[in-house]
Write a protein that binds this ligand. Structure first.
Ligand code: TEU
Ligand code: CA
Length: 531
């Protein structure tokens, strides 16, 4: 494989939702100083990079994904001095900073939009898509239609997401230039890479009903990241692409576009749709992982290993066991995913096996997507059913404040938090996890340390040993004459026969050697294959 990715395969990115991570000034909202105060916790876990969800000025209709100034810090999160200090503190720990770039849309509060709406002929008039009549019936991802009439300009503008998130018109060269300036501003500050929001949508062809993967997409991605100043960055695109041919165009090593992209197929595990659960087993996860590990390897691409983020309800609750075997399921899933080949991403709370929350009232929810869809749902379902659905699918599940301990404010804030604490924060929090002999954090720590200490996990070939209908997942990682086996049982006690002999496990979530081949539910082990 092209060694362009050698360092990236050793990257373990810890994703932070700043609003919910740690509050230091008692306003109930997480902030940059809170992140600085927890950098050792993140480093000790084994992460060597941090991805911050948007921390730029924003009226927060979509919690920072509606940016009103890309080169200034959100008031609630702190100041540019805090950001400079965060960058210094990260770099002094040999950790990288990945920022969240939102190039598809701005807040309607952004100066560009405020100017653009004033008239049909001002310097910003073509920064957005304006039409006298809605040209199609596109829907917003958050419910309702995607075209909004603006009284000031007397025309409709496009908002693929919330009403306050207007889509930028990238076919206007001035927009491309503006976004290049944003990227350069942060690179000059010391930012090491970007997670790029809905990258697939920046090129559109409205006349031909095309709202993603438009004709000039790759030209625009290269304009951002294919330049001398930017081609060394780590970039991970977020989009809905799941055709390997498209993915190759986004991130093949010779394309000068992105380092990697998130492939979301396995997010369908355990659900029929975003708000409807489906009985599912770990076999489904294995199948998605195997499929994409193969396809990305065969094409020389860098794969992104992740199971959670700020948009996805906790995986251990959707597919796994979040009650009596929560530790077992969370650690087993970790071994299934993070011993594979690629860049690792871990979302805050995942490292302590945080399960999904549950609330008895819609009032508790904040997320613009949940509330938007709830409105649609109550026309079709009873109030109880609609609430169940929101509880299941809401993006607030991963967005509840981090539970650091068992005290009243859970060590997040002394004040009322901006969003109620997790419904199981008394039980599942960092303090309890670290005090338990079944600590998910410590398992992650050992797993990531093992990965860091043995090049076979970063660079070695992946071979899948288990058969597609086995009730377990076994794969090996081989580099030169070093060969490791990763053995992950699924939900039931199973006998696992291996075609080779292994040494005693170096890491096993139940702390034992299933030498007789009988594995307990969710038991996993990582061992060297005997020579
Ligand atoms: O999400 C992109 C996206 O396509 C959403 O539909 C996503 O699938 C959905 O939120 C899942 O529930 C990105 C961000 O990750 C999300 O937080 C933002 O709200 C969205 O872009 C708009 O910027
Ligand atoms: Ca604060």
């Amino acid at each position: 494989m092209n060694d362009k990715y050698k360092d990236f395969r050793r990257m373990v990115v810890y994703q932070i939702y700043p609003r919910s991570f740690k509050d230091t000034n008692g306003d109930g909202i997480g902030d940059l100083r809170g992140i600085i105060s927890k950098l050792d916790y993140i480093k000790d876990l084994g992460a060597n990079a941090v991805w911050l969800c948007p921390c730029f000025k924003s009226p927060n209709e979509d919690n920072g994904y509606d940016v009103s100034d890309y080169t200034d810090i959100m008031d609630e999160f702190g100041t540019m001095d805090d950001m400079d200090e965060l960058i210094r503190e990260l770099h002094s720990r040999d950790m990288k900073l990945i920022l969240d770039l939102v190039p598809n849309h701005t807040s309607t509060q952004h100066k560009w939009f405020q100017e653009s709406r004033k008239s049909k002929d001002n310097p910003y008039s073509d920064y957005y898509y304006w039409f006298d009549e809605a040209p199609n019936d596109w829907k917003s991802a958050f419910g309702g239609g995607a075209w909004q009439f603006d009284d000031v300009r007397g025309q409709y503008y496009l908002h693929t997401f919330a009403v306050g998130q207007a889509d930028l018109n990238w076919d206007n060269p001035a927009v491309v230039k503006e976004m290049q300036n944003v990227v350069d501003f942060w690179v000059d500050k010391g930012c090491d890479g970007f997670r790029v929001d809905v990258i697939d949508s920046i090129s559109k062809d409205i006349e031909n009903d095309c709202n993603e993967l438009g004709p000039r997409l790759h030209e625009y991605i290269r304009a951002l990241f294919g330049r001398e100043k930017t081609s060394h960055l780590f970039t991970v695109g977020e989009g809905h692409t799941n055709e390997i041919e498209d993915i190759v165009l986004h991130c093949a090593p010779d394309r000068d576009e992105l380092s990697t992209i998130f492939i979301f197929d396995h997010m369908e595990c355990g659900r029929a749709d975003k708000f409807t659960p489906k009985e599912d087993g770990l076999g489904t996860l294995r199948d998605y992982l195997v499929n994409w590990q193969r396809k990305t390897s065969a094409n020389g691409l860098l794969y992104s290993l992740f199971i959670e983020n700020h948009d996805q309800p906790q995986f251990v609750s959707r597919i796994g066991n979040d009650r009596e075997l929560r530790y077992e399921a969370a650690t087993d899933i970790a071994a299934m995913v993070y011993m594979l080949k690629g860049t690792s991403f871990i979302y805050q709370g995942q490292e302590i096996g945080m399960p999904a929350a549950h609330y008895d009232s819609i009032e508790v929810f904040d997320d613009v997507e949940s509330l938007g869809h709830y409105k649609d749902m109550i026309c079709k379902f009873s109030l109880e059913e609609a609430l169940e659905k929101v509880n299941f699918g809401s993006r607030d599940n991963p967005r509840h404040p981090m539970a650091w301990d068992s005290s009243e404010g859970h060590g997040f804030s002394d004040a009322e938090p901006w969003l109620l604490h997790h419904s199981r924060a008394d039980e599942v929090n960092v303090e309890n996890d670290l005090a338990s002999d079944k600590s998910v954090y410590r398992f992650y720590q050992k797993l990531l340390a093992l990965r860091a200490a043995n090049d076979a996990f970063a660079d070695g070939d992946v071979e899948v040993i288990s058969k597609p209908d086995d009730e377990y997942f076994v794969y090996t990682r081989t580099l030169g004459d070093e060969k490791w086996a990763v053995i992950c049982n699924f939900e039931k006690e199973t006998e696992i026969g291996l075609p080779f002999r292994c040494e005693e496990p170096v890491l096993a979530n139940l702390g034992r050697d299933a030498a007789d081949g009988k594995y307990l539910p969710y038991e996993c082990a990582i061992a060297k294959v005997s020579k």
